[in-house]
Ligand binder design. Sequence first.
Ligand code: ADP
Ligand code: ZN
Length: 619
Amino acid sequence: MPTTGVLTSAASEQNLPARALHLLQSVFGYPAFRGSQAEIVQLVACGGDALVLMPTGGGKSLCYQIPSLLRHGCGIVISPLIALMQDQVDALGELGVRAAFLNSSQSFDESMHVERALRQGELDLLYIAPERLLTQRCLEMLDGVPIALFAIDEAHCVSQWGHDFRPEYIRLSVLHERYPDVPRIALTATADGQTRTEIIERLQLGQAQQFISSFDRPNIRYQIVEKENVRRQLLDFITAEHAGEAGIVYCLSRKKVEETAEFLRENGISALAYHAGMDTPIRSKHQSRFLREDGIIMVATIAFGMGIDKPDVRFVAHLDLPRSIEGYYQETGRAGRDGLPADAWMAYGLQDVVQQRRMIEESEADITFKRMQSARLDAMLGLCETLTCRRVRLLAYFDQASEACGNCDTCLNPPVSFDATEATQKLLSTIYRVGQRFGAVHVLEVLRGSDSEKVRQWRHHELSTFGIGSDKSEAEWRAILRQTFALGLVEIDHENYGSLRLPEAARAVLRGERQVAMRLYQKPVRQKRAPVRSGSYTETGLSAAQQTLFEKLRWWRMETARTHNLPAYVIFHDNTLREIARAGPVTLDDLRQVSGVGEKKLESYGAQIIALVGEQGAD
Ligand code: ADP
Ligand code: ZN
């Protein structure tokens, strides 16, 4: 059923804001626009180009969906996320918006059907994969129909430096050349300046107005812990804080993905694996289970996650150091899109630094690229080793100033810094004494005075530095060594079996000309109970009876989602169900007031919900 035909025909720019708001309320069921949404909608609806940078969960989709409904013709959404198009289209269908997609997963008949609908003006929104859009056939088809706008989603895919690079994106500049009068809106959650410049250049968006939102995600708590026994630490974290909840665990390698998922399953946790080396049917099945079932943990490489708009992912964990802050921020951003408290948890250790530095050094890339990767890694290490608020560091990376947040580990449990000058000197001179020809294990043995066979064999027990570090544990020394890597005071010679060597910067420390401050090693504590969340985050604010109703509504939603083969959140978000439980609507008009209930959903589910609420009231 078209909800929009009437509205579209009365195109006048005067009452545009009112019409946009009306669509927001009647179709999407939300009371008001957020942040710069209203401004963006207005601009694009009037035919202007926009570049929208908003964090994940910021509400980018409405910025093109509503203008598509307001303008004459069909909105074309270019997205690389073929696997998610079906869900996106289904979700729009639930709202009464006429949407479809074209991509290679369809049969010929299916795409013919969609093309016909487009030609007959029966579509409000059409999602197209970039490689499909660029075919001669598709462009010719678009020539013949009115187009409301082009939305270029995940626009950072145009950047050759990013890990999401898609060559077809570069060719999307054809849209500007071929359809100069159709407004274009490019959207991304990747914020760094370089990517932004590339998007503007390559997509020819020089005329576009830029909308850069705050990148803060206040409901996400950032936490970076020292790595000891990482799987155990992960298990403790999940059991203590997120039992039965959905989450994503990122690992660097496919092997580690499989092993970690297996380990979690052995410990009674519903975990699934996802990486690019798996057969496509299994991978899609895992993705679909993650989206559709409650409380699944996805253990994955970074191949997983772009475009996953599951709102109730309660945590994102990193078992390996991400390559850059952009990557880290994008991945952690997948937690808590519903605005409820969520965790970004990462375990980090010496080996991570060694491994990442080696990967850069051993890559085939040219020197400029390597230098840039190194700079990105350094920024990431700076975040891990920081003595101040993590969020301040993160936002500063995106050129946004902020105050200590009170919702990250360094704010909640400030790390202690100590003067590590002497310890660093001991370490550096041991590396020097063993001839810069041995790796970390051996150096630490000499330093701590371990009487090992290898030490004797090289007669290193006779060195002046033998045992000068016996006052500290191995873990403490590893933490110090890790920080010297991060500070650039020690290097790893990968050509030489990973032996430790001293760069020029080490000299000043050895000579006593440079002081070194470090984070004091703190033995990881096992987490037992969920820490008390601060202020408004905690309260669900439901009475016992309301809570029971909420549970009932969730049951109803699960059943409904199953019969329609939809993810549960496409029917209603947790937030909406909670709001219904709190408000206890008696009539459809009462229910209409709840945020997240639009006209189509009222029509489809209103009666059932009112009945459920009524039953509860009668109990
Ligand atoms: P993004 O694409 O930026 O990651 P989405 O467009 O998926 O974010 O929006 C994130 C969530 O916020 C969605 O569940 C969406 O329905 C909701 N949302 C967006 N705009 C509003 C609004 N104005 N009021 C209430 N909820 C909104
Ligand atoms: Zn903080």
